[in-house]
Design a protein around this ligand. Structure first.
Ligand code: PRP
Ligand code: URA
Length: 210
């Protein structure tokens, strides 16, 4: 596996994924699980954020402590389904800014169609976490990261819940400089571009639109 790709094997993440995949799981539970898994992934994906020393005074004495250096993160969900991952990340990094990229897959060509892009003004000073539960053909993720790169952020990471091998291959080829974090690597895509076994249509399951 490419060194830029992390596939999680934490028991809590695997357990929560097993409930998420079940077609009997309600939208309410699905939403909560997407958020919880995103939070657990964020904990790991922030492991190497730079720290700096600062002087503070405890009630007892002066001391030097570590805190995050520079401006914090920007989280950029790919609409719609990426929205489900934002709260989990903000619960750990509450000062993060949030941008939005609107993309949907054309159901026949499977190519991404862009309809919205609003990113934080100071994104060039920030580390960016792009989030979307599904990396299927990789087209949406590749396009979103390409749009963000035009604004020169400090770094970009992509976090997804379920990836197909086809998506990982396409994404790492298009953006070899971007770290990719996946809660699970599934088997393959079906003839309609859905991940097998996957979890179905993430947007529809989060928002109850089907
Ligand atoms: C889903 C998913 C990704 C995309 C992945 O969104 O949330 O954005 O498909 O597929 P890809 O890797 O082949 O591009 P969808 O297009 O269904 O849009 P929606 O979130 O608005 O429902
Ligand atoms: N988008 C989804 O929501 N699910 C898939 O399996 C593939 C793309």
């Amino acid at each position: 596996m490419n060194k830029n790709v992390t596939i999680f094997d934490h028991p809590l993440i695997l357990h929560k994924l097993s409930i998420l995949r079940n077609k009997k799981t309600s939208s309410k539970d699905f939403r909560a699980l997407v958020s919880e898994i995103a939070m657990l992934m964020c904990y790991e994906a922030t492991r190497d954020l730079p720290l700096e020393d600062v002087e503070i005074e405890t009630p007892i004495c002066k001391t030097t402590v570590k805190h995050l250096a520079g401006k914090k993160l920007a989280v950029v969900p790919i609409l719609r389904a990426g929205l489900g991952m934002v709260d989990g990340i903000l619960s750990l990094v509450p000062s993060a800014r949030v941008g939005h990229i609107g993309l949907y897959r054309n159901e026949e060509t499977l190519k991404p169609v862009e309809y919205y892009c609003k990113l934080p003004k100071d994104i060039s000073d920030r580390d960016v976490f792009v989030v979307d539960p599904m990396l299927a053909t990789g087209g949406s993720a590749i396009d979103a990261v390409g749009q963000i790169k035009l604004r020169n952020p400090k770094s970009i990471r992509f976090l997804c819940l379920i990836a197909a091998p086809e998506g990982i291959e396409a994404f790492t080829k298009a953006h070899p400089d971007v770290d990719l974090y996946c809660a699970a690597l599934d088997e393959k895509l079906n003839e309609n571009g859905y991940i097998i076994p996957g979890l179905g249509d993430a947007g529809d399951r989060i928002f109850g639109t089907k």
